[in-house]
Ligand binder design. Structure first.
Ligand code: ZN
Length: 238
């Protein structure tokens, strides 16, 4: 099945935290959007891989995704190497996305920068005819996405463009809250983590408001690009 947008995320919940408003906006426009999580987040302080897979499915329904799957790479230990690149090339060729949204180029969690580099490399390599990959025993055609944009997640990065998610803020929050095991819940007696603090969701909101404010909207999500974006109509810019 071809996707218009493929979101690659080092951990289940990265896509929701970084770009779920943008995802919801494009699903509403009729685009087919899917998320592929690289790991099950099994090194996270809270939850289990089984719980996080169930939470990922719940978030997928909230966002109206056309596909969601998990690569099962090792959390923390996966590498931007030939083995992982080829696995990801198989996914890119399978879904043939025009646009890929990838992790932040650098962030607090080292998997985010590593996942970002892996995504960028795999998107380029996927266009190389001489790299052969197979899906269900069938040789795949080369495919290079037109654009790779990086969503900003934990650490502040000055964005290259900001997407107005004001209409989709509630959907974003609902998709984040689908990951019940990860966020603040007074009834959860698992150890506290960086993101389970009651301060975390207000932080997510303040970031979205800061980005929104910069484009005269209520809420926004910021992205960086690795090459210039061209325009042919100045009236398309907001
Ligand atoms: Zn993460």
């Amino acid at each position: 099945m071809k996707l218009d947008i493929l979101v690659l995320a080092a951990h289940p919940d990265d896509a929701e935290l970084g770009c779920s408003g943008t995802i919801a906006a494009h699903v509403a426009k009729g685009h087919k959007v899917g998320i592929v999580d690289l790991t099950q987040g099994e090194m996270g302080t809270r939850g289990t891989p089984e719980i996080r897979l169930k939470e990922s499915d719940d978030a997928a329904k909230i966002l109206g995704l056309s596909a969601r799957e998990n690569m099962g790479f090792k959390d923390i230990y996966f590498k931007d190497d030939e083995t992982h690149q080829h696995e990801l090339i198989r996914i890119i060729r399978k879904y043939q996305p025009d646009i890929v949204l990838a992790n932040a180029v650098t962030d607090r969690h080292p998997d985010h920068g590593k996942g970002s580099a892996l995504a960028t490399n795999a998107c380029f390599m996927s266009g190389l005819r001489k790299i052969e990959t197979f899906q269900d025993g069938v040789s795949q055609e080369p495919w290079r996405p037109k654009f790779v944009y990086h969503y900003i997640q934990n650490n502040y990065i000055e964005p290259d463009f900001i997407f107005d998610i004001s209409q989709y803020w509630d959907t974003k929050v609902a998709s984040i809250m689908a990951f019940k095991s990860q966020f603040y819940d007074p009834a959860n007696d698992e150890p506290a983590s960086f993101i389970s603090s009651p301060e975390f969701l207000p932080f997510i909101e303040s970031r979205a408001r800061e980005f929104g404010h910069r484009i005269m909207a209520t809420y926004g999500e910021g992205f960086t690009v690795e090459r210039f974006i061209g325009v042919d109509d100045l009236f398309d810019l907001k």
